[in-house]
Design a binder for this molecule. Structure first.
Ligand code: ATP
Ligand code: MG
Length: 221
């Protein structure tokens, strides 16, 4: 991995727009997009041992054990050719132990994190975003029934394949995901603030305005 490549973490509650902004970063900086939720859902679809266990936890709005997630990321960083030119972490780290283990792993490889961007938004705005969300499972592309509808109802713009509603994208599971976010994930904001690599962006704005704020923070405006 080149030393001048982009190495960034996106932090934000469910529906804050991590999966919308990450592809913009991929396009601009050519780094690999590691979305742990998408990776887990692909295990679920393949009905692997991990997938079967993970589905239950995800549907209940819980978190997969730290070691499982750390190993998943380590293996991607080592084997995924897209990460040769840096990485965008989306959905990881989600706990302080994950953040600490990530730092240790990156220190050993001499490729420390450069930025941690928090997509900041009030919980009240997330219910509508999550309950109207549609996704294209194969690519991770997401749409919204009202805010960002596909060109043809229920179908992915690029492949024409069917869009689905995630089984954890309902009000009940969202409540638990938000509780977990505030309790387990939000503390990593302080963790990165202490190292000076954190910045918050107002994620209640339209996606293109969020993107321009992200670029400003990266010094690319
Ligand atoms: P988004 O709205 O951006 O998709 P999200 O938090 O709702 O964000 P994902 O990132 O897709 O959803 O993750 C879905 C689920 O996968 C989580 O609720 C959790 O159960 C599990 N998961 C994903 N990443 C991790 C992680 N780093 N540690 C533990 N569990 C994880
Ligand atoms: Mg996502």
């Amino acid at each position: 991995m080149a030393n001048d490549s982009l190495r960034i973490v996106l932090i934000g509650p469910p529906g804050s727009g991590k999966g919308t902004q990450a592809p913009n970063l991929v396009k601009k900086f050519g780094a690999g997009h590691l979305a742990t939720g998408d990776m887990l859902r692909s295990q679920v679809a393949k009905k692997t041992e991990l997938g079967i266990k993970a589905k239950k936890i995800m549907d209940e709005g819980g978190l997969i054990p730290d070691d499982t997630m750390v190993n998943m990321i380590e293996s991607e960083l080592e084997n995924n050719p897209a990460c040769k030119n840096g990485f965008i972490l989306d959905g990881f780290p989600r706990t302080i132990p994950q953040a600490e283990k990530l730092d240790a792993m990156l220190a050993k490889k001499n490729i420390p994190l450069q930025k941690a961007v928090e997509l900041k938004i009030d919980d009240e705005l997330l219910v509508a975003r999550i309950t109207g969300r549609l996704v294209h499972p194969a690519s991770g592309r997401s749409y919204h029934k009202l805010f960002n509808p596909p060109k043809v109802a229920g179908k992915d713009d690029i492949t024409g394949e069917l869009l689905i509603q995630r089984s954890d994208d309902n009000e009940g599971a969202l409540k638990k995901r938000l509780v977990n976010y505030h309790k387990q994930t939000e503390p990593i904001v302080d963790y990165y603030a202490k190292t000076g690599i954190w910045a918050a962006v107002d994620a209640s704005q339209a996606p293109k305005n969020v993107w321009s704020d992200v670029l400003k923070y990266l010094g690319q405006h």
